[in-house]
Every structure is written in structure tokens, then in C-alpha cells.
Design a binder for this molecule. Structure first.
Ligand code: ADP
Length: 608
């Protein structure tokens, strides 16, 4: 039989034009597409063989072979799968015969950018060969057929088909690489690409070099197997290979979800937090697979940012293999998977949280990240809040918000908190005294993120969050213990306030009476709606200029004996300065002039 020359279907010609000129930015993915086709072909024959074992015959193991030939400048991808007959070649490699393709072509706009996103939704994997090859030859024999065929094309306009007596069972795709694409003959590069993109393709992939064969891929997608068949050691190995870490998984979630969207997920929570947990631009550790073929491990929004410690694999059949980046960012499929998975992760955490000590370990490593989930409104905010743990003035242990609320005196309406960076300093903070005196518990928040979510998350279980410096007269409703001691007379107090402001000048915005103070003579605070002092420190630590000194307010305790003494002094300046410095220390602020502080202290002791 002689050679036939056949025109590509008009649509194929169009696709080829787009593929060759603009489809993929990463040309290397042609290999993944061809491997995936080969694996599909094996899958099909394996399936057919269930009812027609004679077709599989002496085939032996299903396998793929990648053979670079430097002399010929060609790369061959061979499989021993189902193969194609004459009509298959015409129908599959010369036509686009997918339902819906008519609409697709109607919607092609000519705008390359838009068309690229569209085309990603259609099966055009084979044509990706023409990104790297100027000629493609396919030798193939369909399982059970006498005749074999060779298909050949240069991608422009037409292809040829001819009988090929020596065609092996299955299919060999031979790419004659373009001059600039010879890197794909390099075995080192090929090995890397196979590992990266096709490690879990469920058939062995061999790379041939100097007639020697080497199996490259792991060869099985662990996550597709039933849980009961997987040992803890296998889970651990897999975890370590995806996370590139050396610890054990703290939690393993293996889910086969069927519903509107089908997906399988094998996700882990590490035992130890990775160093990169707080690096904003590090890639995710979650790999997306479509039908066991690797797509990407760098999909920006695949997990909520407050679950960024999750690592593992998501595999779905509901996306096309050659999905584009643009499409990944828009597809509702990933959004649905993310939503579903988020719920599962949260309920797994809730379960682990029942074991207080175990959970405390998790919280130490990852709590600051999980808490970021409180920052923005989301359907999961309440769940996240339930999973959060806080130190408080109640005791040395972590508490939940529910436990805090359970301990609230009847008249208390709000959840009080204070922020800072050192737990010990916070525990002894002067501003806490009046709360202690009234038996009101205060949450001690020491993570940078606490400054942020406390500003955007208004309330939990109907109780508003309130920074202690913003607590007002509502505290007086709490009849419990009130501060003791005689108040300084109003005229004396006013005089001392004026004097203090004069002495401290620009170091504070204003000076006022702090009637809620108990054992400290002075305390610092900021006004309603102002940044807290801790927030100011955080911003300064990040090199931001803040109007710090102009926003802080100094409170004077009108019941404190030292303040009574100060009010009676003729020249209290040095004492005011000294007390102010001491207040800065209690707040965790650096002293503006430590030497000056020391000198004043020594002077006073000598006078004393
Ligand atoms: P898709 O794989 O998404 O269907 P392709 O353009 O990659 O799109 O392939 C088109 C069709 O060609 C496949 O569906 C399959 O029927 C056939 N085909 C491609 N490669 C092979 C192969 N190695 N063995 C058998 N059939 C193949």
C-alpha cells in the first residue's frame, strides 16, 4: 500500500498554529503530555485485557520507554499500550473529535492570550509535540491487529499515513527536535523532567542510555490506593518526599471524595514547622495532579494562606490535563476542592484538639499561622476561632475562647486582651492591675498577627473583643474588688498632671488620671482608635516610621502613695522623669537615654 497524504481538519490546523506559536510558555511539558498519552494507552489495553486476555498476550509488563538519540537528533516515547489503527490515526491525530469543540472554535477570538486560556480546556496534548519538533513520526500497531502504521507530519497543513510492517505493538512517537530544542536529548534533563512531572504515573518509565535502561519514576500513585493497603511507613516516606522534610507527619489526611467534583487528597501536617513558614513568597508544598499526572506545585491559592503548613497532593479528574495557569486561577473546580478540603482539615484539627497536650505541640508550631484565619471574614472564621489557643491571666496554661467565656463574671460583656511580644512582661503589665482587682481575665497575645486580627474580627459567640486600653466605664459595672486607697485631691492632681506634661514634653501626647490603676504609679496607653504601643513597636521593628511619641498617653495613679508624695514636692521633675523611664521598662520599651536614667537614679539614692 502506498502513502496517503491527508489534510488536517481545519480546526486541527488552527490548534497547531496556536500550539506552535503561542500555547505553552513551558515547552518542556510536551513530554508530560506524551507520557500521559502513553500511560492512557496502557490503561486502555489493561482494561480491554480483562475481557480479552489474548490481546495483552506476551506483552509482559506495561511500560513506557524514553529514548534520546543524539546522532539522529530525535527523542522517542514508546508505550506498549492499545495502539492505533488507520482510522484511529485519522480520527485522533488528524481531527479534534471532542464534543463541544464546535463551541470552542466559535469562541476563539483571535486574541492569543484569551485563546490560550480556552485551548487549555481541550485535549490537544499530542500537538504539543510540535512545540519542540519540526517533524513527528508515529509508528503504531493496534492490539490484536496484523497491520501496523506510520503517521508523519511537519505540523503544517497535512500528514501522511503508510503501512509499517515492522511497527511494534503499541505506539512510538518519534520527535525530530528543532535545532534549538536539543536540550531534550540530555539524559540528565530528561530524568529530571520525568521525576518532576510523571513520578507517580502508574506504569514504569524507563530512560534508555547507551542501550542501558533505567527506571526513573516511582511508578505508583500512593494516594490512589485504598487507605487499608497503605502502611504508616509508606505514608511517612511519601510525606518526606513531598515535603522534603525529615520529621514524621503529625497528621495524615487521606481522602477519596466523590460528589459534584471528584478528587483524592493526601495531605499532611508536619510535626515541626518548616523554616519557610513565614516567608511570604515561598512556593506551596501542595502538588496538583490531574489523573495522576503532575500539573504544578506552585498554584498560589490552592490552600487558604492560614493553612499554608499543609503539604501533600491533590488529584482530580475534573480538570483537563493541559490546563493553563490562567485557567487554574479561575476554575471553580479548584475553588470547590479548596473549600471541601479546608472543612476536612478543620474537623481533623478539631478532633486532634481534644487531646490537649498533643494539640499544644501543634499550636506552638503552627498556631500563629492558623490564627491568620481570623483576620478576614470567611465561612470558616468561627471554626478557626474555636481551634485557637491563648495564654491568659487565668493561669499558666493555654485556654480556648469558650473556656474564657465560661469563666466570665455575669456582668462581663467583652473578651479582654492585651498585646505585646513578651509573655512575662505582659503578665506583669501595669494596665492589667485593675482587671486583676476586679477578677476579670485578660488574654495575653504575643504573636505579631494578633495586632491585626484583633482589629478586624469584631466578636466571638456574641462577645466583642476589646483591647484593655479601650476598656471604659463598663469595668465599673463589675462590682467585684475595686482599687483601694485614698484619691488625690482634684486640684493637686490637676497641678501634677500639668507639671508632668511640662516635664515630659513631647515624649507623650497627654497626661491623664488613671483611676483603674492599682499598684503601679504610672502606666502608658494609647487613645481609642490609635495603634497599640505593641503595634507601634512592630512597625518600628520593620523600619516603618510611626508617630509613636505623639500618640502615647501617660496615666497617673491618683491612689498611689508615691503620686501623693510627688504632688506635695516643690520640684518633682527628676522623680517624674525617673518614674516615666520605669514605666517604659514595664511596657517593654527601650529607654531613650539609659545613661541619663542611671545617673538620675544614683543622684536620688545619694540624696535619699
Ligand atoms: P487527549 O489525550 O487529551 O485525548 P491528545 O491530542 O493528546 O488528546 O490525543 C488525542 C488522541 O490520540 C487520544 O485521545 C488517543 O485516542 C490518541 N492517542 C494519542 N497518543 C496515543 C498513544 N500513545 N497510544 C494510543 N492512542 C494515542
Amino acid at each position: 500500500m502506498t502513502q496517503e497524504k491527508i489534510e488536517f481538519q481545519a480546526e486541527v490546523a488552527k490548534v497547531l498554529d496556536i500550539v506552535i506559536h503561542s500555547l505553552y510558555s513551558d515547552k518542556e511539558i510536551f513530554l508530560r503530555e506524551l507520557i500521559s498519552n502513553g500511560a492512557d494507552a496502557c490503561e486502555k489495553l489493561r482494561y480491554t485485557g480483562l475481557t480479552h486476555p489474548e490481546l495483552v498476550g506476551k506483552n509482559g509488563e506495561f511500560r513506557l520507554t524514553i529514548t534520546p538519540d543524539k546522532k539522529a537528533g530525535s527523542l522517542t516515547i514508546t508505550d506498549n499500550g492499545i495502539g492505533m489503527n488507520h482510522d484511529d490515526l485519522v480520527n485522533h491525530l488528524g481531527t479534534i473529535a471532542r464534543s463541544g469543540s464546535a463551541e470552542f472554535f466559535k469562541s476563539l477570538s483571535g486574541d492569543k492570550q484569551k485563546d490560550m486560556a480556552l485551548i487549555g480546556q481541550f485535549g490537544v496534548g499530542f500537538y504539543a509535540s510540535f512545540m519542540v519538533a519540526d517533524k513527528v513520526r508515529v509508528r503504531t500497531r493496534k492490539a490484536g491487529d496484523e497491520k501496523g502504521w506510520v503517521w508523519e507530519s511537519e505540523g503544517a497543513g497535512s500528514y501522511t499515513i503508510e503501512e509499517d510492517k515492522d511497527a511494534p505493538n503499541g505506539t512510538s512517537v518519534i520527535l525530530y527536535l528543532k535545532k534549538d530544542e536539543k536540550e531534550f536529548l540530555d539524559t540528565f534533563r530528561l530524568r529530571h523532567l520525568i521525576k518532576q512531572y510523571s513520578d507517580f504515573v502508574p506504569f514504569p518509565i524507563y530512560l534508555t542510555e547507551d542501550k542501558k535502561e533505567e527506571k526513573i519514576n516511582a511508578g505508583s500513585a500512593l494516594w490512589t490506593r485504598p487507605k487499608s493497603e497503605i502502611t504508616p511507613a509508606q505514608y511517612k516516606d511519601f510525606y518526606q518526599s513531598v515535603s522534603k522534610a525529615f520529621d514524621e507527619p503529625w497528621e495524615t489526611l487521606h481522602l477519596h471524595v466523590e460528589g459534584v467534583i471528584d478528587y483524592t487528597a493526601l495531605m499532611f501536617i508536619p510535626t515541626e514547622p518548616p523554616h519557610t513558614l513565614f516567608q511570604p513568597d515561598k512556593p506551596t508544598n501542595v502538588s496538583l495532579y490531574v489523573n495522576q499526572v503532575f500539573i504544578s506545585n506552585d498554584i498560589p491559592d490552592i490552600m487558604p494562606y492560614w493553612l499554608r503548613f499543609m503539604t501533600g497532593v491533590i488529584d482530580t479528574k475534573d480538570l483537563p490535563l493541559n490546563v493553563s495557569r490562567e485557567m487554574l486561577q479561575q476554575t471553580p473546580v479548584l475553588t470547590k476542592i479548596k473549600q471541601g478540603l479546608t472543612k476536612k482539615i478543620l474537623s481533623a484539627l478539631a478532633k486532634r484538639a481534644e487531646k490537649t497536650e498533643e494539640y499544644a505541640h501543634f499550636w506552638k508550631g503552627f498556631g500563629a499561622v492558623l490564627k491568620e484565619g481570623l483576620y478576614e471574614p470567611s465561612e470558616n472564621r468561627e471554626e478557626v476561632a474555636k481551634l485557637c489557643r491563648f495564654y491568659s491571666t487565668h493561669d499558666a496554661n493555654l485556654t480556648t475562647l469558650d473556656e474564657y467565656i465560661g469563666r466570665m463574671p455575669k456582668e462581663q460583656e467583652k473578651i479582654y486582651f492585651i498585646t505585646g511580644n513578651d509573655l512575662d512582661i505582659l503578665r506583669h503589665h501595669p494596665q492589667l492591675e485593675s482587671f486583676a482587682a476586679r477578677g476579670v481575665e485578660v488574654l495575653l497575645l504575643t504573636d505579631p498577627i494578633d495586632e491585626f486580627w484583633t482589629n478586624t474580627y469584631p466578636e466571638y459567640a456574641g462577645k466583642r473583643f476589646c483591647a484593655i486600653q479601650h476598656a471604659g466605664s463598663e469595668l465599673d459595672k463589675l462590682k467585684t474588688k475595686k482599687p483601694q486607697g485614698e484619691m488625690l485631691a482634684k486640684d493637686k492632681l490637676d497641678k501634677l498632671i500639668a507639671k508632668t506634661k511640662e516635664v515630659l514634653d513631647k515624649q507623650v501626647q497627654s497626661v491623664e488620671s488613671g483611676e483603674q490603676l492599682v499598684s503601679s504609679p504610672m502606666a502608658l496607653t494609647t487613645g481609642m482608635g490609635q495603634m497599640s504601643l505593641h503595634m507601634e513597636r512592630l512597625m518600628r521593628a520593620h523600619g516603618q516610621k510611626t508617630a509613636f511619641e505623639s500618640t502615647r498617653i501617660l496615666q497617673i495613679n491618683p491612689r498611689h502613695p508615691l503620686i501623693h508624695k510627688l504632688a506635695d514636692m516643690e520640684k518633682p521633675d527628676d522623680y517624674i522623669k525617673l518614674l516615666f523611664d520605669q514605666t517604659l521598662v514595664a511596657e517593654g520599651e527601650p529607654l531613650p537615654d539609659a545613661a541619663d536614667f542611671a545617673r538620675r537614679l544614683t543622684d536620688l539614692m545619694l540624696r535619699g
